[in-house]
Design a protein around this ligand. Sequence first.
Ligand code: SF4
Ligand code: SF4
Ligand code: SF4
Length: 298
Amino acid sequence: MSLKRREFFKLAALSSAALATNSAFATDDGEVLDCRATYGVLVDTVVCIGCRKCEWACNNQHSLSTEPITAFEDKSVFETHRRPHSKAYTVVNQYSDPATSKAYTMKVQCMHCNEPACVSACIVGALNKANNGPVVYEAWKCIGCRYCMVACPFQIPAYEYDNALNPQVRKCTFCIERHLDEGNRPACVSICPNEALTFGTRQELIDLGHTRIRMQPDRYEDHVYGETEIGGTSWMYLAAADFKNTELPTLPDDAIPQHTETIQHGIFKSFVPPLALYGFLGLVMHSLRKTDNGQEDQ
Ligand code: SF4
Ligand code: SF4
Ligand code: SF4
């Protein structure tokens, strides 16, 4: 893609302004996203009642299980901390606030990072940040290398190890298939009975998070998790206690491209001379994109 001079300067100006505020990401086709305007979800663990309806709605939306909604009333699952997997893109876990011993629950799924490490790690472009926020996976491009699984700081991408014929990487899709731009909300957000999940633009959600903290400082920890961590995430969290008590890791504010570069360098060092491999991968990418564009054009 070639840029005209004026477009280049516009892009450069937007990039530096937005990157300075952890709010921009250059997509696969060179477009710079202003992540303040992309979609996100604010997960308010202070009002989450641990009903697990979001788990059922997600499974139902993606045909992951046929269990009835009543099966999700089982709270014995809170005895262990579960991780999302290929048959459950989201799970609710229970934690205890060490200061008060009060239990609280938290939904876990892909964070749809502003600058996703999984996207940087994927050498064939099977993962991409969509213009409106979701980090999406295109199975037909995936070569099953699973670098995305190593790169993700939240340990989210899951592999279908039990699928011998056509295993794929699975994770929360942000319900992009429900057409968010047409005013539809993700299935988990729609079903949440206590408005613990709020869908909106990232900037609206950051403002909402800080408003709740300001209005009720006794109920909330003064931290919107995901506002700045690793360059910001589309899904963000509020809690009554320090996030270090949960499985959300303590992360720096900078995006972590070095994480993915380390993975790629380690891999490439062991096999083919990097230039030859990059050349080959470039051809693969070029051919995949050509096919992709051809399909979109039709
Ligand atoms: S549906 Fe809402 S209240 Fe229920 S567990 Fe999920 S996030 Fe919490
Ligand atoms: S949470 Fe992991 S899988 Fe999801 S966008 Fe971020 S790096 Fe990718
Ligand atoms: S956004 Fe969609 S895919 Fe992601 S956890 Fe919610 S229901 Fe599941």
